[in-house]
Design a protein around this ligand. Structure first.
Ligand code: FAD
Length: 484
């Protein structure tokens, strides 16, 4: 039998569940990736993620050849509407089945349903399997058989359920002989960025390593730091987290491999590993929330939060613009926004601080922030991003209670005490002493000027006063209580 392996967000050959399933099921297997015009056409012309994917495909192409040991084996790469192209290609190649890993985003589910239907029409089967998470949808349920809406019991059940079998490595080597050379007419190399209508970004200057080799390198590096993760992860100026988000997003690392390593280390007594494994469980949790409560993609997890009246009109637009461009006058928030704008990454602590500031200091609808992050984060994932924003706005499962409002200055003093992160991203404030860098407006104008800062000129005065904004937010959220 012959088949077609459709790579999507699993751009690796190592420990790839769908690839192994396909290889084991077929005597002849072709591999394809489609730059999906349905997605690409909506993006700005310079997008680090497209560049990341392209570089990772070049590596995947070579890895498939090496895995097979045969000349001419590689990845067929197309630039088209995926839901149509896969059907066309499956017919051209005369395969009996198409294989892919599950993708849980609503648009992807709709696409896969279309493909499944169109393929079935011509007698071809679409086989999909789990690869992207350890447990999906309804695998972790409460005793009454319902999905969890709160993290801690979910996590406890996750930990009680997981076995080595769930984290098993899928080895493609013994079945790799099924890979066949690309047929004539489909042997083109991976297209250049320009060929798919995109421009180069600063991805290589940022030294973000791409492909499975990049993911492996980052994980090796993080492994050395894993034991201290619980102490360093909240400090944005410190190299604490793994930076693996983008690799998890595009499947250039296997989440099973990460979880297996962390679990083993946790069993050996590592506190850092336990906390980090907890983050991977948050990731599974949000995928299951999106699958079981799909309304979160549009509105609040807790519907009573949809009654909140957010700021709107010109004033709201200008506050939002200031936030996007890092001109709020709150240094930690502005440095965080500079980080996402310049690099496509934002430290987790800062996602919470900047997010909270947008929603609870500026009174802007969390969905505006969600959309902005979706466009700019290299590791953007609908499930985690939505979960994060709903947490920040208190509307989500297991969210921050609404009356707990981050103070952007206190957060700054606590997590960036020396202002090291602020100085890195806001060089105009670099000379300010640590005692004023978190809230420059509290210093004398002369003191600021001596260090090269003039508020309103080379750094903005605060666009809102936190205490007043806090009071307004509590009023705004009072409507929630009425609906409860
Ligand atoms: P590490 O600290 O090394 O964590 C390892 C991995 O665990 C991450 O790569 C990620 O896959 C997962 N993870 C960690 N924290 C969370 C979490 N709270 N929820 C779900 N998964 C988590 N994460 C995304 O992957 N994509 C997003 O679009 C995203 N948007 C967010 C928006 C907001 C407002 C907030 C508060 C958080 C968001 N997160 C998102 C979660 C978290 O901030 C990032 O996963 C993390 O900062 C990525 O950096 P890292 O790979 O160095 O993380």
């Amino acid at each position: 039998d012959s088949g077609l392996m459709w790579f999507r967000r699993d751009l690796r050959v190592i420990d790839n569940a769908a690839l192994c399933l396909a290889l084991a099921a077929c005597r002849q297997l072709h591999c394809v990736f489609v730059f999906d015009r349905d997605i690409l056409d909506t993006l700005p012309r310079a997008d680090r993620r497209v560049e990341f994917i392209r570089a990772s495909l070049c590596e995947l192409d070579v890895a498939l050849g090496q895995l097979s040991g045969k000349a001419g084996v590689g990845l067929i790469v197309r630039h088209a509407v995926a839901s149509e192209e896969i059907v066309t290609l499956a017919k051209t190649l005369q395969v009996q089945a198409v294989f892919a890993a599950h993708d849980y985003e609503p648009q992807a589910l709709a696409r896969d349903a279309r493909v499944r239907g169109a393929l079935a029409h011509v007698g071809i089967v679409l086989h999909t399997c789990k690869d992207h998470v350890i447990f999906e949808n309804r695998e972790i349920l409460s005793k009454t058989g319902t999905p969890y809406g709160v993290f801690t019991p979910y996590k406890n059940t996750w930990l009680a359920t997981v076995t080595p079998q769930h984290l098993r490595h899928h080895d493609a080597t013994p079945v790799a002989q099924a890979l066949v050379p690309r047929p004539e007419g489909l042997q083109q190399p991976v297209p250049t960025l320009a060929a798919i209508g995109f421009e180069k970004t600063n991805l290589s200057q940022l030294k973000i390593p791409t492909g499975a080799s990049g993911g492996a390198r980052l994980f090796e590096d993080f492994f050395e730091r894993m034991d201290s993760y619980h102490e360093t992860r909240d400090l944005p100026a410190v190299k604490g987290p793994s930076y693996l988000g983008v690799h998890l997003r595009f499947g250039t690392v296997s989440v099973r491999q990460l979880a297996a390593t962390a679990l083993q280390r946790q069993i050996q007594g590592s506190r850092g590993a336990a906390v980090w494994l907890g983050e991977l469980i948050w990731r599974d949790f949000y995928f299951s929330i999106l699958a079981n409560f799909p309304h979160v993609a549009q509105g609040a997890f807790k519907p009573e939060y949809d009654a909140i009246k957010w700021e709107h009109g010109k004033h709201a637009d200008s506050l939002f613009q200031a936030w996007c461009e890092g001109r709020t006058g709150y240094p930690l928030v502005d440095a965080a926004m500079a980080q996402i704008n310049q690099t496509g990454y934002m430290h987790n602590r800062l996602r919470m601080v900047a997010g909270s500031f947008l929603v609870k200091d500026l009174g802007i609808d969390w969905r505006w922030g969600e959309k902005y992050f979706a466009r700019h984060l290299n590791d953007f994932d609908l499930a985690a991003n939505n979960g994060g924003w709903q947490w920040v706005s208190s509307s989500g499962c297991d969210a921050q209670p609404y009356f707990r409002i981050f103070n952007p200055v206190t957060q700054s003093e606590k997590f960036d005490a020396d202002g090291k992160f602020i100085r890195r991203y806001l060089p105009q404030l670099a000379r300010l002493p640590s005692k004023v860098i978190h809230a420059p407006w509290t210093a004398q104008a002369l003191e600021l000027q001596m260090e090269g800062v003039t508020l309103g000129q080379n750094y903005p005065a605060p666009i809102v006063a936190h205490a007043a904004a806090r009071a307004l937010t509590l009023q705004r959220y009072a409507v929630v209580k009425k609906h409860q």
